[in-house]
Design a protein around this ligand. Structure first.
Ligand SMILES: Nc1ncnc2c1ncn2[C@@H]1O[C@H](COP(=O)(O)OP(=O)(O)OP(=O)(O)O)[C@@H](O)[C@H]1O
Length: 366
C-alpha cells in the first residue's frame, strides 16, 4: 500500500505546498518547529480541509478537491498514535483494544479480528496487562496499548505524531522495536512525525524533510540523512547513517561490524552474527586527517574522498566523504579545511569518536 499526497493550504502567515509518496514501510516527516508536519497529519486525518488536496491511500481517494471528493474523518481507515496515548481512562487495556474493533467491526471483520487481536497482543507483549486500567501503566506500556489500538482499527495507514516525545530514553528504547515490527511485519504504511535524528535513523524507510511548508528533500532514509542540505531543517546531531553487518563478537567486549568492507568496532551488541544494524556517526564527532592515523585511541577510521564541502556557519563547514561504507559527514572548522588542503576529490580519513547503534545513543564509543 502506498500513500500519494499533494497538498496546498494557506494560513494567514504560512503557506503549505507539498507533494510526496509514502511507500510501504515507515515514512518520517521531519523538519523544524512550524515547518508543517502537523498540518500534513491533520489534512490526512481529515481534521483540516486544505485549499487544494489530493490524498490517496492505495486505491482509496480520501480527498480530491478537483473532483469534490472528501471522506469524513470517521470514515477514513486510519490508526492514530499520539504523543500522549489518549487511552480511555475508565476502560481497562483489553476494553481499550476492543473499542478499536467496535469502531471498525461488522461480523466478518469481528471474526478475523479475533485472530488479529491475539497477534497484536503477542506482538506488543501486552497479554499480562489486559485487565489493568491506563492509570496504573507506565508511559511505555500505555504507548504499546495505543499502538495496539491503532493496529486493531484495521487501518490502511497509521499516523504517528511524535509518539515517543513524552517518554524518557529507557521507555523510548522499549517502544522502538515495536515500531520496527509493525514496519517490517505488516503491510500498513506508517507516517511518523519526529524531531529526533536517532529515531529517524533507526526507524525510517523513507524521509520527507520539510522546510517552511515545502519539501526540502525526500527519499530513502540513508540517502536523505547523508545530505548536508537537510541539516538546516533544525534536526539536532546531524550525521551519516550506515548499514553494517555483525561480523564477530570478541572476547574483549567488542563487536566487530562490517560495512561495505569497512570494519567498525562497537561495545558488545546483543544482535547475533549476520544481523544488519544501522550505525550512526554524528558529524560533530567525526575528525578528519589527510594521512592514515596511527597511535590513536579511536578504533573506527574510514578512508574516503571528499565529495562536498558546505559552509554551515561563519566558521564551520560540513564535509561529505564518500567511503566504501557509504557517505560520512564531518563537521569541522573552515580553518581545518584550509590547513588540511581539503577540496573535492582529496583522499582523507574520517575518525569517528563516537559510533552508536541508531537510537541507542548510550552505546557511544571512542
Ligand atoms: N489553524 C491555524 N491557523 C493559522 N496558522 C496555523 C494554524 N495551524 C498551524 N498554523 C501555522 O502553520 C505553520 C505550521 O504549523 P504546524 O503545526 O504544521 O508545524 P509543525 O511542523 O507540526 O510544528 P511543531 O514541530 O512545532 O509541532 C505554523 O507557522 C503555524 O503557526
Amino acid at each position: 500500500m502506498t500513500v500519494n499526497l499533494s497538498l496546498k493550504h494557506r494560513f494567514e502567515q504560512f503557506d503549505l505546498n507539498v507533494s510526496f509518496e509514502a511507500p510501504k514501510g515507515l515514512t518520517v516527516l521531519f523538519g523544524a518547529s512550524g515547518s508543517g508536519k502537523t498540518t500534513i497529519i491533520n489534512a490526512i486525518a481529515g481534521l483540516l480541509q486544505p485549499n487544494h488536496a489530493q490524498i490517496k491511500v492505495g486505491d482509496t481517494l480520501l480527498q480530491d478537491t478537483d473532483q469534490g471528493i472528501w471522506v469524513p474523518p470517521h470514515k477514513r481507515a486510519l490508526g492514530y498514535i499520539f504523543q500522549d496515548s489518549r487511552l480511555f481512562p475508565h476502560l481497562n487495556v483489553g476494553q481499550n483494544l476492543d473499542y478499536a474493533g467496535r469502531v471498525t467491526g461488522g461480523m466478518a471483520a469481528r471474526k478475523s479480528s479475533v485472530q488479529q487481536r491475539s497477534y497484536v497482543i503477542d506482538m506488543l507483549d501486552i497479554g499480562d496487562i489486559l485487565k489493568r486500567r491506563p492509570a496504573t501503566l507506565s508511559g511505555g506500556e500505555k504507548q504499546r496499548v495505543a499502538i495496539g489500538r491503532a493496529l486493531l482499527a484495521s487501518p490502511q495507514l497509521i499516523l504517528a505524531d511524535e509518539p515517543l516525545a513524552a517518554l524518557d530514553a529507557a521507555r523510548k528504547a522499549e517502544i522502538l522495536p515495536y515500531f520496527e515490527r509493525i514496519r517490517d511485519e505488516t503491510d500498513c504504511p506508517i507516517i511518523y512525525v519526529s524531531h529526533a535524528a536517532s529515531e529517524v535513523a533507526r526507524l525510517a524507510t523513507t524521509v520527507v524533510a520539510l522546510k517552511a511548508g515545502q519539501v526540502l528533500r525526500m527519499g530513502p532514509a540513508l540517502d536523505v540523512l547523508a545530505d548536508p542540505s537537510v541539516m538546516p531543517v533544525g534536526v539536532g546531531s546531524v550525521g551519516a547513517v550506515i548499514e553494517a553487518r555483525v561480523h564477530a563478537h570478541h572476547g574483549d567486549g567488542l563487536t566487530e561490524l562490517s560495512a561495505g568492507g569497512v570494519t567498525l568496532y562497537l561495545p558488545r551488541l546483543p544482535q547475533s552474527l549476520g544481523a544488519v544494524v544501522r550505525v550512526r556517526l554524528p558529524a560533530s564527532d567525526v575528525l578528519l586527517a589527510t594521512c592514515a592515523p596511527k597511535d590513536i585511541s579511536a578504533l573506527n577510521t574510514l578512508q574516503g574522498q571528499v565529495q562536498d564541502i558546505q559552509a554551515i556557519s561563519d566558521f564551520a563547514v560540513l564535509v561529505t566523504l564518500k567511503t566504501q561504507a557509504g557517505p560520512v559527514l564531518a563537521r569541522v572548522t573552515r580553518r581545518s579545511v584550509a590547513a588540511l588542503g581539503l577540496s573535492v576529490g582529496v583522499t582523507c580519513y574520517a575518525i569517528a569518536k563516537t559510533v552508536a547503534i541508531a537510537a541507542d545513543d548510550t552505546a557511544d564509543f571512542t
